[in-house]
Structure formats: structure tokens, C-alpha cells
Design a protein around this ligand. Sequence first.
Ligand code: TEU
Length: 564
Amino acid sequence: MTSEWWRTAAIYQIYPRSFADANGDGMGDLAGITAHLADLAELGIDAIWLSPFYTSPQRDAGYDVADYCDVDPLFGTLADFDAMVAEAHARDIRVIVDLVPNHSSDQHDWFQAALAAPAGSAERARYLFRDGRGTDGELPPNNWESVFGGPAWTRVTEPEGTPGQWYLHLFDSSQPDFDWTNEEVREEFRRILRFWLDRGVDGFRVDVAHGMIKAEGLPDWTPPAEGGSMGGAGGVGGAGVPLEPAISTEPGDGAPYWGQDGVHEIYRDWRALLDTYPGERILAAEAWVDPLPRVAKWVRPDEMHQAFNFAYLETPWQSDALRRVIDDSIAAFAAVGAPSTWVLSNHDVVRHATRLALTEPNPQGHGVGPRTPGLGDPETGLRRARAATTLMLALPGSAYLYQGEELGLPEVVELRDDARQDPTWFRTNGERYGRDGCRVPLPWTASAPSYGFGPTDAAWLPQPESWASFARDAQRGAPDSTLSLYRALLAGRRTHGLASGSLEWLAGETPEVLSFRNGDVIVVANTGSASVALPAGEVLLASGPLDEASVLLPGDTTVWLRTA
Ligand code: TEU
């Protein structure tokens, strides 16, 4: 296995419950993944990252883990996992799993033990239990809010039946936050890392990598007004690298629970552990922090290998904004000795085939719904998504793809309210539509039950009728399909060494045109709506139809040209 594979890898995110259902219970599973590894090999990716498949009551689709070292029966068994890893490795596909260290499920043995134990006990000290404020402790210990809406604290009933302490949960009340200052928690996660490393995983995507350490004393905090920035005191990390505080925009700059310096010590500990294993096992940070130089602080030779570049994901389809974020990304990560990552979609955000055509900023944040104003034209969305991916896969660095984007899937906006499952929907009483629309089970076969997702019609979220036209079998072999485009892009990216190349900007025909050279490929992206003249050169591939003589580049289209 080549060294530093992660620098250039195309990593495909599998959301197990929605990928493929082998046993017909309506929920995707590990056997379903194994059955489709040949398809992923054909697509041309280097690695898969699996969202959680661990034992869980599924209150947050598995990001609420009850047992970190077992597979939930919904998804199969440890033997199914081992079989999947073996089959993936046989196909030269690496396997990254999700690690959820900020919080467990409330069904985790440790949390159940904490509920049964008294205030001040060792059991409670693994989580963040505190006495309430007010005369009878009836008010939460501080004013923090959950990312999913509502207070970040829930009061427990003590074993003797009286109202008692409160526990912190930055997400759903079923996801209590661990106390990472507790050595017992640290040791437990070392054990969990070793458990999966010993089973052959190639790395971990670290969930909420910016949230594990909270500011001492858990101080109250009020987000700054829109557009403001609280800044913050700088710190110094290990290895003499100055660490600025990594500041989140969610839910606001400077929150005392995001990006605290103490998290870096944990990652240095994990990195040292990973480095004792053969092959290069990686850590990738899911850290919603900004700006880019701060995100890059998560990446160091002795910490994370990668961090998701959410600044890129959040950039609109607009040439000057794209050019700026590409430059900033490359510079920010180069400063810490890593290539940038690139990502356009994942299981938390509106699919980019819909997002890139929104006609006004999405008022729901990550969610979108039938009542959302400004939903753009779906054809424009798909055209832009194809153009944006054609641009992204020509950039130097590692790229993350989210299952279904290779089919051009849009966000499902017509979900019935009673079908929704995301806790965001419930915690905000329907004010935020949540993330179900990007999690609808995949269409594999146009004319089969559940569009080939599984052998029955029981898909856990209803699939829209349009899924027939997006189905993989309808796209496979069709030269103009999105699937064929992705295959060509991934193959071309490899042939031309684009992921390990470097970028040199070229003058565009108009301000809407973005153009650069990477090795022997020239990339031209027209983010405007009017056609522009296409520079001379052999067209290697195009994200959409060109005129016969290839003299014009239509709007919302990207091409790769071979230079003389
Ligand atoms: O997401 C972390 C996160 O900070 C948010 O982006 C969140 O997904 C979004 O704001 C919700 O509106 C990670 C996982 O990717 C997500 O699926 C989990 O729900 C969350 O952590 C909790 O584990």
C-alpha cells in the first residue's frame, strides 16, 4: 500500500442505513455494502468512510452509540463487518469508520450506571452532570443551547425519585456529552480505537472533533450578533506549534464548547496510538470551525491527517468566491504540511444538486423542506452540481464524495412530515426540517421494489418516484449520465495525476469563468449563464453537452482540456 495514500484519495461516504438493504427490513446493512463493493470499485474510488453502524437506539441515526465495539443488529454482525473489510481490501478499497467521541447514547452502560448512581459518584464523572441553578436547582446549570434546538441540559430524576442533577448534551437529550477531562474516558477510547484498528480499519472520521473539551467552569455564553466575531485568546499547542483557538460558526463564534485548545492533546495521543500500527491509518476531523487557517490547525504531523473543508462546501457557485476559497484552502493546509480536502455533500447538508440552485440563502441552515422558499430549478441544480464536481475533482488534494451524488440525486424536499426522523425536526417543533432529505435510500434499479435498495418496498424513508430516472442501472453505460461522468472524472483524475498536482490560475474569458492548469490538464468552468468561447485544446471531458465543434462553453458547465 502506497505511503500517504490519504493525500490524494477519493473517499466515498457510505451512510449505511440508506446504501443497500440485503435482508429486506428496509434498513441498509453491512451485507448490502459488501454486495455493492464491485460497483464502488467500478466507480473508481480509493476508500469508503462508513457513518456509524454500532449498537444504537438510532435516535440520531446511529450518532448515538450504546456500544462502540459492536455492530447494531439492524446492520448485521461483527462477522459481516470483517467480511466487508476483507472484500474491500481485496479490491484495494480502504475502510474508514466513524468515531463518535463527544457523546454516547443515553442507553450506553456508562450512562445507565450514571443515572443509577448518586451525584458526585465516579459513574457520573464520566459525563457532565451538574447541579441546577435557582432555589431548588430547577434551572439548567448554564444557558447553552443544543445544536439541534432547545436547551443543552436535561434534568434527571434521582434514584430515590426526586428531581435531581442536570446533564449536558450539545446534541439530542439522548446524546449525553462525555467529560473528556476524565482519564477513564480517555482510556476507554484508546481501547475502542485499538478494537477497530485490530480489525483492520484504515482510519477514523472523528465526529464533532471540535466539541470534546468544554471551557472550565462551563460559563454562560451568548452568541455574538450576526456578523460579529468574539475572537479569543490564543494558546500554544504541543510541538511548539502556536494554536489559535479554533472558532466555530455553529451556533456562533467563540462558543465555550467548540474548538477549545484541550482537544489537541487528545488527538496527539490518538495519533501516537495509530502510528504504532502498520500501514497508514488516518484521522479525519469533522470540525465545523472557521476560518480556514483555524480549520487547518487540526491537521498536523502529530494530530489529524485531514479535516473536512466545509468552507469549500459552503461556497456558492460563483467564480470569484470559488477562486478565493480554493486559494485559501490550498494555502491554509499547505501551511500545516497537508493538501486540502474538498467536499460538496454529506449526510448533514442539502445535497449539492439542490443547494447550488437555491435562489436565496437557505433559511433552514442545513435543512430544507417543502415550505422552503427559493428552491431553484432542479435542472439548473443538476447542471451546476455536475460542473462543480468536475471542477472539484481536478483540484489537488483529497476529495470526499457522498453516496448518491454520483447519481446526481437531489435533496428530497417532498417528504411527508410524518416520515421525518431527524431529531432536529422534533426538537424545533418542525421549524427546522432537518436532514432527512439527503438521507433517502439509494436507487439502484429503476424497475424493482424500493428501486433496488432492497428486496422489499420497505425503505425506512419514502423514495420519490423520480428515483426511477436516477437509478444506477438506468445510468450505467449511458454516456451522458452523471454516473458515467463521475467514473470518467475519477479515472481521469488518476491518469493525469491531478490529485497530486498543483494549480496555476489562467485568465478566464469573462469574470464568470474560472480557469486553471493542473499538469497537462486545463480546467475551464463557466459559472455564468451565457456561453463563452472555449479555449483551443482537446476536450477530455465535459460536465454537460457542448456544441459539435466545441467552440463554445455553455453556462454552468466545466470542461477538462488537454494542453498541447
Ligand atoms: O455533526 C456535527 C455538527 O456539528 C452539525 O453539523 C450537525 O450535523 C448539524 O448542525 C445538524 O443540524 C455530526 C454528524 O455528522 C451528525 O450527523 C450528528 O447528528 C452530530 O455530529 C451528532 O453526533
